[in-house]
Ligand binder design. Structure first.
Ligand code: SAH
Length: 464
């Protein structure tokens, strides 16, 4: 770090600038946000600078700078748009003891002005030491978009409320209160006018005070296969009342929308930015939030009790004496089988159905494969895309029919649901060709109803 960022107190301080063109204007626009005394030297000033002078916002001298003109100045900007003149004025300012910035000349500058995101009194300065102005602009644009424009006003009002908010226990409860204020209730209240903010703060504080008095609790909620209409009423209610929602990758955005607006949403299934959050950190998050008094919804796809690592999380919260309950959800197999118009069990076909995970297939014992390979068996295979070839190999080895129907349902219950109807022998190739990227459930021993009917009807039609 060659440049160390600081925030300079400007009230009553002199800041001198030499120049009257575009470069001067750009810097002055920033400097006018401060409470410094601005002095500008410009033989031919831009009319805008003249009107600022007329309004008393700066002092304008319509002449080139002379020795001693920057005496007592803290900062000096050479914005002459002329290298020679910049060097001359910078030398004068340096002799006066001011810190010097030569506009667009990093080498001769003693300080540089960062890109600024202004939500006064919240100010964010971004610098790249001249290495990547494009990057600084991109970061600024990103932050401008992310931070409500009312943040500054909210910060000023919030400052006056700090003492009252100290009634909340330190740590999480207080942090949650302020986060709620700055990002949810504050922006909403100020949209109705600044006078609405203070009452909103009072309500919010009462809400948080009563919340911090009640013990935390965790609801392990099955979020279903993706279609929000497949949520149970209990799941909806839990989402409605949640302080914190900790959710997995497969939870659809439409379902997240249903959570209480003030709820803290924590994504523990991130992909793309490196590995997803570890089970240990998820357990720790659950404990931390519940202990701070939050009503936590641990939202898992499908049914929380099916391949959801639920017991590990229950053990972790039990160890801390935290109360919990389970809200059942519609598991992917139920949604997928509905999508192909079939039953999971059927008299005279299969009276049992296995739920398998493609992940643990290696631990599947030989007698399990042998049982599954018998005619009319049905299995719902979760997370089975990668293991398709392995499963096929084992089943064939144990005598399964090559043309046993296999159906893969991708994105079951969602608008982009796709159904691949194939056979055990063609499964790996057909699956590779289909290039499925969404979650997919594989039914071994089941064909979509229409395909199944066509298969049994064909001989009849041929006879006719
Ligand atoms: N608890 C979940 C399963 C979690 S394991 C449940 O009960 O459904 C994740 C696997 O579930 C995925 O790899 C996929 O096989 C299956 N799955 C989840 N949602 C699905 C969907 N909408 N369509 C098809 N399969 C899905």
């Amino acid at each position: 770090m060659d440049h160390f960022p600081i925030f300079l107190a400007t009230r009553g301080q002199r800041i001198v600038l030499s120049g009257g063109g575009e470069a001067a204007l750009a810097k002055l626009r920033l400097l006018l946000k401060t409470s410094a005394r601005l002095i500008v030297f410009a033989p031919t000033p831009d009319p805008q600078i003249e009107s600022w002078a007329a309004e008393g916002r700066l002092t304008l001298h319509r002449r080139p700078m002379d020795a001693g003109d920057a005496l007592c100045a803290k900062l000096f900007y050479a914005a002459d748009e002329d290298a020679q003149e910049d060097a001359r004025t910078a030398a004068i300012a340096k002799a006066c003891g001011a810190l010097v910035n030569v506009v667009d000349n990093l080498h001769d500058s003693q300080f540089i002005t960062p890109a600024i995101v202004d939500r006064d009194p919240v100010t964010i300065a971004i610098g790249t030491e001249g290495a990547a102005p494009v990057l600084a602009r991109a970061i600024k644009a990103d932050l401008e978009e992310r931070l409500p424009t009312t943040l500054g006003a909210l910060a000023r009002i919030g400052k006056g409320f700090r003492k009252l908010a100290d009634a909340l226990p330190m740590g999480r409860p207080r942090r949650d209160f302020w986060r709620d204020y700055y990002f949810t209730s504050g922006p909403r209240a100020i949209a109705e006018g600044p006078e609405a903010v203070r009452p909103a703060l009072d309500t919010l504080l009462n809400d948080h005070l009563s919340r911090s008095a009640r013990p935390g609790h965790i609801a392990f909620v099955g979020g279903g296969p993706g279609d929000p209409e497949l949520l149970t009423l209990k799941a909806r209610r839990a989402l409605d009342e949640a302080d914190v929602v900790i959710y997995d990758r497969l939870i659809s955005p439409e379902i997240l929308e249903l959570a209480r607006r003030e709820a803290l949403m924590i994504d523990v299934g991130k992909e793309g930015f490196g590995p997803s959050v570890t089970q240990d950190s998820i357990n720790a998050l659950l404990v931390e939030h519940a202990q701070s008094g939050a009503q936590v919804v641990r939202l898992k796809s499908g049914d929380a009790t099916v391949f959801g690592r639920l017991d590990e999380e229950i053990d972790a919260v039990d160890a801390h004496g935290i109360t919990w309950h389970i809200v059942p959800g519609i598991t992917a197999a139920s949604a997928a089988v509905a999508g192909i118009g079939q039953s999971l069990t059927k008299r005279d076909r299969n009276t049992s159905v296995r739920f398998l995970t493609g992940h643990d297939m290696k631990g599947f014992a030989d007698h399990d494969w042998a049982a599954l390979a018998r005619p009319n068996e049905v299995a719902a295979i979760y997370m089975g895309k990668k293991s398709a070839r392995f499963v096929q190999g084992r089943l064939l080895m144990h005598g399964a029919e090559r043309n046993t129907p296999v159906t893969v349902i991708e994105n079951a219950s969602r608008p982009d649901q796709r159904v691949l109807s194939t056979t055990l022998s063609a499964l790996p190739q057909d699956l590779a060709d289909a290039q499925m990227t969404g979650p997919a459930l594989t039914f071994y021993g089941l064909a979509p109803r229409a395909a199944a009917q066509a298969a049994t009807q064909t001989p009849l039609e041929e006879m006719a």
